[in-house]
Each structure stands twice: as structure tokens, then as C-alpha cells.
Design a protein. Structure first.
Length: 402
């Protein structure tokens, strides 16, 4: 065993109720408290995460946010919660898992549906992306964006501006924004932890600037899903401070890449399908030598998770996927392209509940257990390999130090 690559130790918040109230009254970016930004009787729209990000546990802070608004003259019937689904289909059956029983009983809860044609046009970014936003934004006096900050496969980090785009934008806006991933200029950088020169992130910031949210409340979670920090205040400055904290907690320097990395995304719900697990697989590549092997543990109880992603993988090489992206861009196809890059450069053995056929069509070697995966590698390796463990590949980011 060469190393266990784990996040820096951090303690969860001892009294979340007190910490949430303090975050609303004393924003981390020293901006105005939420109370000074609202007036009694006004209407407030609150965005929160979709069902794939429910591990940020918004049910912990949303009741306290509602109580705070009540205390400052805004009753529950003036508040609407908008599930920021982005390109994902609405899942009203998941509302209880996301926001909890109390919130569901107190306020109106609406799923954002990017496929609808009733979004409001509010302008165009300098990248030429037309901005269509959920009409509820203009029907309320204030927009409070909430969410969680962690690494994002394309936009660098989640949270902050992603509650707006892709969160509550129309399909045309989301597609045009994410299409910026195909820019071939060598000065651009797209990937987890990358914000500088990231055209997707920069455009998301421009879109959010047009929307002008009133307030932002973001959380950072540990590997058990417990809240370790709250970042509130202005939607841009508070969020950036949160991104820095994520780097301090979860960026792991790798001085000597391993021959083999055994990685897990950290269990359900992060590994409920393979599509949502690709980020963890991608991030694990930073800990392994070029041409090395990754044993990847992801249950995938709901299968591959996205038909466009799966069908795109059948195209074969990254060159063919790149041509397909150029002719007809889609986010799942872009994720397929990133996955194809992984399997062209590393041997991936997948321990999951996917069928052997599905696993092989995704370019990986199936194994029924970790023991079987290790046995497969032992049969191939002539010498004892250096092995590293990455138990929270979705949360942590190994960074090779050259």
C-alpha cells in the first residue's frame, strides 16, 4: 500500500441552527445581512439543489431560512422553493428527500423544467449565449440561491452561480453554455477545481450577473454529508470564499502517482448510476500513473443513468466522439467524451451491479467484487504494484505535483 488519499480532517458544525442564523446575520464576505436586503410582505423565491445533489442536505438549513424570513415579515405563503434541476427531468417524487417534510408542508415547491418554452429572455452574454430564465424569478421580489460547493467536472466547482445556470435556465441557454466546453483554444482550462480561463464558469458568472440574486447560502459537506461550513452573502464573493475552503479541505497533493488506484465515489446517492459517477472516476486519474489501472467501486443500482451518454460511448474513440460533439452538442455526450479519454489512457476495472455487457460497452472490465478485481490485476502484473486508496473520489481531488 502506497497511500490512502483522504480529505484533510475537518470537524462538522456542532450547532447548525445557531451557525445558520449567524451566517444569515453576518455573511462571510462582510456584506449586508439578509435582513437588510428584504422588506416585510415581499415575495421570495429560493432555489435549492436537484435530487442528484441531495447529499448536501438542504433539509437541514431550509427550515431555518424560512423561520428567518418569517421573523422579518415574510410569511410562508410569500415564499416559493424552486428545485434547480438544470437539464435533469423533474422528480417531484424526490422532493421529500431533498427538502424534508417540514419545508414541503410549509411552502410551495416547484420543479424547474428546462424543456418548457415559457422561460423569460433577459439578455445575451459576451460569449453569445442567449439567457432564458425561469419566469418565477421575475414574479418574485427576491431570489435567494442555495446549494453546496464541491468539485464540478466541467465548471470547476458547484454551488453559487450554478443555481442559476444550469439550475433554472432554459434548455437553449444550458446547451449553449456547456457547448463552450468544445472551444479548442489552448488557453482555456476546463475541469474540476479550475476557474481561471474556464469559459463555462465565466459564462455562468455572466448569466448570474444578469439575474442578480439577492443573497446566496452555500454549504460545504464532509465525507459523511455533514455540514462543515456555511458561506453566505453576495452570490459571487461568498461563493468564491467557499471554493477556496473546498480546496483547502479536499485538494490532495500527489507526490508519487501509484500504479493502481482503488477508488470509490463514497456510496449512495453519488453512485446510484454510472453517469453520475464519472466525476469520481475522472478525479481519481490524478492519483495514478499514465497507463496505470483504476479499480473503481460504484454500485450503479439505477444502471448507466443516461441513454445519450451510453449510446455516445458506442461511437468508439475520442476522435469519433469529438466529431459527434461538433455536429450536435449535448452535455451527456460531453461526459461520454471525458469518459472515453479516461479509458483510452487507463485500465479501468469496474465493481458494480451493471451487467458485464454494459460495463464492457462502456470500455471497462467488469468485476463482481473487489477481491475479483485485485485477482485480475495480480494475474497481469509481473511485479507487485504500488497501490493507493481514494475512498471519496467524488469529493476529493488528487493533484499531481510535477
Amino acid at each position: 500500500m502506497q497511500a490512502i488519499l483522504a480529505a484533510n480532517e475537518v470537524s462538522p458544525i456542532g450547532d447548525p441552527s445557531c451557525a445558520i442564523k449567524q451566517a444569515l446575520d453576518k455573511p462571510i464576505d462582510n456584506s449586508e445581512p439578509l435582513a437588510d436586503r428584504i422588506q416585510p410582505g415581499q415575495r421570495v423565491l429560493i432555489t435549492t439543489v436537484d435530487y442528484t445533489k441531495r447529499w448536501f442536505r438542504p433539509h437541514v438549513f431550509l427550515p431555518k431560512l424560512l423561520d428567518y424570513l418569517n421573523d422579518h415579515g415574510i410569511p410562508d405563503n410569500n415564499i416559493t422553493i424552486l428545485i434547480a434541476n438544470g437539464p435533469l427531468r423533474p422528480r417531484p417524487d424526490q422532493h421529500r428527500c431533498i427538502i424534508g417534510d417540514e419545508v414541503q408542508q410549509r411552502v410551495a415547491v416547484i420543479d424547474h423544467d428546462s424543456s418548457k418554452d415559457d422561460h423569460v429572455y433577459i439578455g445575451t452574454t459576451t460569449q453569445g449565449v442567449p439567457v432564458y430564465i425561469n419566469k418565477l424569478v421575475q414574479e418574485h421580489d427576491h431570489l435567494i440561491v442555495t446549494g453546496g460547493i464541491s468539485y464540478d467536472l466541467l465548471a470547476g466547482f458547484s454551488g453559487g452561480r450554478d443555481a442559476i445556470c444550469p439550475g433554472i435556465c432554459g434548455a437553449e441557454t444550458i446547451k449553449a453554455n456547456h457547448n463552450l466546453a468544445t472551444l479548442s483554444d489552448g488557453s482555456y482550462e476546463i475541469g474540476p477545481g479550475l476557474l481561471t480561463a474556464n469559459p463555462i464558469h465565466e459564462d455562468m458568472m455572466a448569466i448570474s450577473s444578469l439575474v442578480k440574486p439577492t443573497f446566496c447560502f452555500n454549504v460545504v459537506c464532509d465525507d459523511l454529508g455533514k455540514h462543515v461550513a456555511y458561506f453566505s452573502g453576495n452570490w459571487d464573493t461568498a461563493w468564491h470564499l467557499g471554493c477556496r475552503q473546498v480546496q483547502q479541505y479536499f485538494a490532495i497533493p500527489v507526490y508519487e502517482p501509484a500504479d493502481v488506484v482503488v477508488a470509490s465515489v463514497g456510496g449512495y446517492p453519488r453512485d446510484e448510476n454510472f453517469y453520475s459517477s464519472v466525476k469520481g472516476l475522472y478525479q481519481s486519474t490524478g492519483a495514478v500513473k499514465p497507463g496505470g489501472s483504476i479499480i473503481f467501486l460504484a454500485e450503479c443500482s439505477e444502471g448507466h443513468g443516461n441513454s445519450t451518454f451510453f449510446e455516445s460511448m458506442l461511437l468508439g474513440s475520442t476522435n469519433q466522439l469529438e466529431l459527434s460533439l461538433a455536429s450536435a452538442f449535448s452535455v451527456p455526450k460531453q461526459i461520454a467524451f471525458l469518459h472515453a479519454q479516461i479509458i483510452e489512457n487507463f485500465r479501468v476495472i469496474l465493481v458494480s451491479s451493471l451487467s458485464d455487457g454494459e460495463c464492457r460497452r462502456l470500455g471497462m472490465t467488469p468485476a463482481s467484487s473487489l477481491t475479483e478485481a485485485i485477482t485480475l490485476l495480480r494475474q497481469e502484473k509481473r511485479k507487485k504494484p504500488e497501490v493507493a486508496l481514494l475512498p471519496q473520489a467524488d469529493l476529493t481531488l488528487p493533484i499531481p505535483l510535477k
